[in-house]
Design a protein around this ligand. Structure first.
Ligand SMILES: [Zn+2]
Length: 307
């Protein structure tokens, strides 16, 4: 006796047969807990049943129902009615409730996911799509995410995936390379889940941070320029300054603070120093005096960076 077929017939997983019937497949997915919706169908000439022939950019991949994803359902009567109306409708699955899909467009994308998982063969239903692969996991509760890795997207909350045995615009059908028994889907492994849950790509964060930092630097500089211009001018008596020494101190402190910011390497030093100098000259300081004071303050500030 082999290990196979030892389980009593009634407890064997209900492995989905390689059934080319779209309506039966749709009903089977609904029974397994996944909301279903009818999609358009690629035509023999490579266009789409939506009649936007030649201009449809997602042939056989977009909903036939008016409200699209919002109309997805698990109701068998509704599903039977849809496929009675459109027997060749492709099968769409709403992701984010029972099912999430890791969508790999390229073999490099598949390789990247397998590397992330540290496996040669993923422990999840694997679907061959037109040009790539889908991995099916139990819903993570996380939203759609484009560009998880090069060639890899995530279909989660608010997303959708085309399911077997739908027809791809290229003429092939979506097929299970690793079947699903229709019972519980595997949880998304931690390394992959971490990627899905991670904050936006570093490049986007950097751009945003720089913008915010630039605004911060601008506001800081404007504040310093205002203080310099408002510093009391010195009062002289017989060639001796008897009041108004704050002007130089104010300029020194301004240069010190901007020098501290410049230590981050993200301040335009030349432009900032030009503006400080211009403000100093407006208060009546000489160019030599202004430059000397700014140099001194700037150097001290750079030596004590502001975090
Ligand atoms: Zn179309």
């Amino acid at each position: 006796m082999t290990a196979r077929n030892t389980a009593p017939a009634h407890s064997r997983p209900r492995t989905q047969p390689a059934d080319p019937n779209l309506r039966r497949a749709a009903l089977w997915y609904a029974k397994a807990g996944i909301p279903v919706l009818p999609l358009h169908t690629p035509t023999a000439d490579g266009t789409c049943s939506c009649q936007r022939s030649g201009t449809c950019e997602s042939a056989g991949k977009h909903p036939r129902l008016r409200h699209g994803l919002h109309d997805a359902s698990r109701n068998p009567d509704l599903i039977r009615g849809w496929w009675q109306q459109w027997p060749d409708a492709n099968v769409g699955l709403a992701t984010g409730t029972a099912l999430d899909v890791c969508d790999m467009d390229t073999s490099a994308g598949l390789a990247a996911v397998l590397d992330t998982l540290g496996v040669i063969k993923p422990a999840a239903p694997l679907i061959r799509t037109g040009n790539g692969w889908h991995l099916w996991y139990a819903s993570t509760g996380l939203p759609n995410r484009v560009g998880l890795m090069p060639g890899v997207d995530w279909r989660g909350t608010g997303g959708m995936a085309v399911a077997p045995p739908s027809v791809h615009a290229g003429g092939t059908t979506y097929t299970f390379q690793q079947r699903w028994n229709g019972l519980a889907l595997p949880d998304c492994p931690a390394p992959l889940r971490t990627l899905v849950a991670a904050p936006a790509a570093p490049v986007a964060v950097t751009a945003e941070t720089i913008t915010r930092f630039d605004r911060y630097v601008r506001a800081a500089l404007d504040g310093e320029l205002q203080r310099i211009r408002q510093a009391p001018a010195p009062v002289y008596s017989g060639g001796t300054r008897i009041a108004g020494g704050e002007r130089n101190n104010t300029l020194h402190l301004a240069a010190f603070r901007m020098g501290q910011l410049a230590a981050t390497g993200r301040v335009d030093e030349a432009a900032t120093r030009r503006e400080l100098t211009a403000a100093a000259l407006q208060t009546g300081l000489s160019l030599v005096e202004a430059r000397r004071t700014i140099d001194s303050g700037w150097r001290a500030g750079r030596a004590r960076p502001r975090r």
